[in-house]
Design a protein around this ligand. Structure first.
Ligand SMILES: [Zn+2]
Length: 258
């Protein structure tokens, strides 16, 4: 079992908008990175990064959130360049349905793994526009959380039944936003927390998003705070990866041809 990062690009956001106390002049490059989990029983992507059509996807967003972006290879291109065997891929688990996590799905013919809460959110919310654009033609693989509480989160889904990939419902950022916990045979552990926090600074400084952004970006800011506190308690036990922090992926190798 292995883990790779597939960085597809970045977009510019001011730190003042990213976490409480961030400076307006401090610009941050927000990562849009997919993660490939290779498992003997079949592989999964966690989120899908930017697609070849990302410029069109950004145009679907409200003006005030459209920002300059830099593109690297898409997930589709990186898989091809590495000579990766696509028959192994079972689907894309999305941490949530926002544009910067699902755009890349449009290049891939793979099922999208989603829970009911997120499907309902994506079907109705104005922030589900890009998802509604890219999802037709993709099979939706519904999953639920039949498993017990996991690391403080009330319910979980153990994807392979061996504890290596466990999806926990976090909610709060969107209705069905999830955390994907990965444990490698080496003992290294990772928590892909989606947008529970946007930057590692939020965890280091123990702060949440600025008030205006919490109200704008989160469906339930209190639940986000609760999730963040749960993750803070786990910082010594695993590498916590907020989706948009470039350095949060440090140590996770890139996918290369072998
Ligand atoms: Zn995001």
């Amino acid at each position: 079992m292995t883990l790779h990062q597939l960085p597809t690009g970045t977009y510019v956001t001011r730190a003042a908008f990213a976490f409480r106390g961030g400076k307006f002049r401090d610009k941050r490059d927000f990562a849009s990175t997919a993660v490939l989990v290779q498992h003997p029983e079949g592989d999964l992507l966690i989120d899908a990064g930017f697609s070849s059509e990302v410029a069109d996807h950004i145009k679907l967003l409200p003006r005030f959130v459209q920002s300059p972006f830099t593109q690297r290879g898409t997930v589709d291109e990186q898989l091809t360049a590495a000579g990766y065997d696509r028959s192994r891929l079972q689907g894309v688990v999305v941490t949530h349905s926002h544009w910067d996590h699902v755009s890349g799905v449009s290049d891939l013919s793979l099922p999208i793994w989603m829970n009911e809460g997120e499907l309902q959110y994506a079907a109705k919310d104005s922030d589900g526009k890009v998802f509604r654009e890219i999802s037709p033609g993709h099979r939706i693989r519904h999953y639920d959380f039949p498993g017990p509480a996991y690391l403080g989160f009330p319910s979980s889904y153990d994807v392979y039944g061996d504890g290596s990939v466990v999806i926990a419902l976090a909610g709060g950022h969107t209705t069905g936003s999830v955390i994907v916990f990965v444990t490698l045979p080496t003992g290294n552990r990772y928590a892909f927390i989606g947008d529970l926090a946007w930057q590692l600074d939020a965890l280091r400084l123990r702060v949440d998003r600025p008030l205006m952004l919490r109200l704008l970006a989160d469906t339930d800011p209190k639940l986000v705070r609760q999730g963040l506190l749960r993750m803070l308690a786990l910082t010594d036990r695993m590498q916590i990866v907020p989706s948009h922090d470039v350095s949060a992926y440090d140590g996770i190798p890139l996918l290369t041809a072998h």
